[in-house]
Design a protein. Structure first.
Length: 71
């Protein structure tokens, strides 16, 4: 796989793992191993994961603002 698709591959795997909106421990372990295998640093995988959370957020989800209080 071309290097420029490594982040995309991680995103797709995260989409599949999160499809049921529940990440099980074995899915988290797999994602960690995949990130390592794809040579993605932790800040990159964290950014992809944060984008996923933002994409799936609903109005019913509590949103913390920068000072740590919930809206």
């Amino acid at each position: 796989m071309p290097d420029q698709l490594h982040e995309t591959a991680y995103w797709v795997a995260l989409e599949v793992a999160a499809a049921d909106r529940l990440l099980r421990p074995e899915e988290i372990r797999f994602l960690n191993m995949l990130g390592d295998a794809l040579a993605l640093d932790r800040s990159t995988t964290a950014a992809i994961e944060r984008g996923m959370r933002a994409r799936n957020m609903t109005l019913e989800s509590p949103v913390s603002n920068r000072n740590g209080t919930d809206n």
